[in-house]
Design a protein around this ligand. Structure first.
Ligand code: MN
Length: 233
């Protein structure tokens, strides 16, 4: 059987739980067996999820409730869902404890950081010199800015000194959590990639590689490296 990749639900819409199709396609095309993990309020189910799956993909979505990283909401915060936030943070902590490989995209990267005790900016207007990270191109495939990678990091090995990426976020990591190493930044010093080097594969990226796969072959490398780590685990 193919490696089972748990894709954590992105959010709720009209009482339905959903995962955006591009994540499912990316996992499938990279050779994994995509399994959607719906939101539940049960420690037993969360524990079963971590046993069942070989690797985990945390996706993009809305904002995270600031109380969950010890802050009260500031101007510019977007829509939140505390039930979803708590579920994802609990599952993230269980995945980290299991040491199984994980890839965290956009909001997923912020959930990873918060699960490790870090914090995020509520809105990038809090960073005076930040460029526009909510790109306005007609398609999500288009590149928007350059991300420079830290020499010696996994992402540097995958992409080299830098990569051009898309950008669809109005939040970003503020204080990195415990064990989190910042491995990619834009020119305005915004954190775009993080890793936990002590785990076999724990990578977070702020951009959306799953939307860039048709136009940018390099982005496949991220999913292939993830699947490789899952099979090797
Ligand atoms: Mn960005």
């Amino acid at each position: 059987m193919k490696a089972k990749i748990g894709i954590v639900i992105c959010g709720m819409e009209n009482n339905r739980q959903f995962v955006t199709n591009s994540y499912i396609r990316a996992v499938h095309k990279a050779g994994g067996l995509p399994i959607l993990l719906p939101m539940v309020r049960s420690d037993t189910v969360i524990s079963d999820y971590t046993t069942l799956c070989d690797g985990f993909l945390f996706c993009g979505g809305n904002d995270v409730t600031p109380l969950l990283f010890g802050e009260e909401p500031r101007k510019g915060i977007g829509e939140t869902d505390i039930t979803l936030d708590i579920f994802q943070i609990r599952l993230m902590k269980a995945v980290l404890k299991s040491k199984k490989p994980l890839l965290a995209i956009c909001r997923g990267m912020q959930v990873l950081n918060i699960a490790c005790g870090g914090s995020i900016y509520h809105d990038l207007s809090e960073v005076p010199d930040a460029i526009n990270h909510m790109q306005t191109s007609t398609t999500r495939k288009d590149v928007s800015h350059r991300v420079a990678f830290e020499p010696g990091s996994r992402l540097h090995r995958l992409f080299g000194d830098f990569a051009y990426t898309n950008s669809f976020h109005h939040q970003a990591i503020n204080i990195p959590g415990e064990d989190i190493v910042v491995t990619g930044k834009t020119g305005d010093d915004i954190i775009e990639a993080i890793e936990i080097p002590t785990l076999s594969f724990a990578v977070g990226v702020q951009w959306h590689p799953e939307s860039m796969l048709q136009k940018n072959g390099k982005m496949w490398q991220l999913f292939h490296a993830f699947l490789l780590a899952v099979r090797a685990y």
